[in-house]
Design a protein around this ligand. Sequence first.
Ligand SMILES: [Fe+2]
Length: 377
Amino acid sequence: MAKGDWIPVRAAQGLHSRQAHADMPEGTYEREISKEGFFGPAAFLHHKRPPTGWTTFEGPLRPRAFDLARLNAADPSPWAAGVVLLNKAVEVRFWKLVEAMPGLARNADGDQILFVHQGEGDLFCDYGRLGYRPGDYLYLPRGTMWRLSPDSPTAILMIEATNTHFRLPERGLMGPHAQFDPAMLETPAMDAAFKAHQDQPGAVGVEIKKRGQVSTVTYGYNPLDAVGWHGDLAPVRLNVADIRPVSSHRYHLPPSVHSTFVSDRFVVCTFAPRPFETDPGALKVPFFHNNDDFDEVLFYHAGDFFSRDHIEAGMMTFHPSGFTHGPHPKALKNMLVQPKLATDEYAVMIDTRDPLDVGEAAAAVENPAYVDSWKAA
Ligand SMILES: [Fe+2]
């Protein structure tokens, strides 16, 4: 196939601003229609009313919200955790663990990220031990053998890059040390706790997930028995508190600027506390948009979720592409003037280029009234 150019348009009609997300015509609501997330051609329409002012919304397409915190603790195997969302490129599960995994897990289907929503404890893996605490991303290269040993009840959002890898996004003009310095990435240590773990007697089973099915390989000893390693591949830990978000006082940056990990067909972004825009003409809440090429998922980890009403930590919203979304009415009141200086939220966003299906676990804790949450109180 020949590679084409975008169809060239540079046009304007009626009342409009020249700069996106700033100096909008008074009393209007801006909506962005865009290609390839926030990286392709886009149009900015200025509406008389908030574009989320629907009175009814019927059929299979709709904004959805799931209260994952309400899910019960699962079997101490990650492969027993309920599937929340999935497609061919990504699988998202939510897993609650109260006691140490009796065996090891190994994901043969792809790289994996464990996002620690709650709980503290240890990750033991081929490479050594890493402690974990809330807000940690634990990156596990495909095939790593690992187990978690919680010190307190643990809740994990698991994100699999099916049949491929996680990488870091290009930093471009910001330079390689922006957002977080690569030196902030912690790797496992072969410390005294790891050595003590190696010496535990007894048989150990390794539950391997391959093509979605689990096989168990049992050893008469603990196979995490390496005495050393070297190389440029290893599990890493990064905490959301180590992320220094990019912001502009004069421009509401698109969510893609908060990308933390990228895969072939989806990105994982982190919303961390950041100052609100101060320029009088700059938008101070997320802009209304369609983002017609991506399905958008947000997991609310901690804080006060400034653009969403009735959303608490442990909930997940899912906005399939195909309709316009944007701030809830309460947040919209602060579109141009924010009473606070900064946001106070930590959230994990997963944007997928291909449509997602809802898993049984999420469907069981769905809030069916979410579609009505844009209606003014
Ligand atoms: Fe969005």
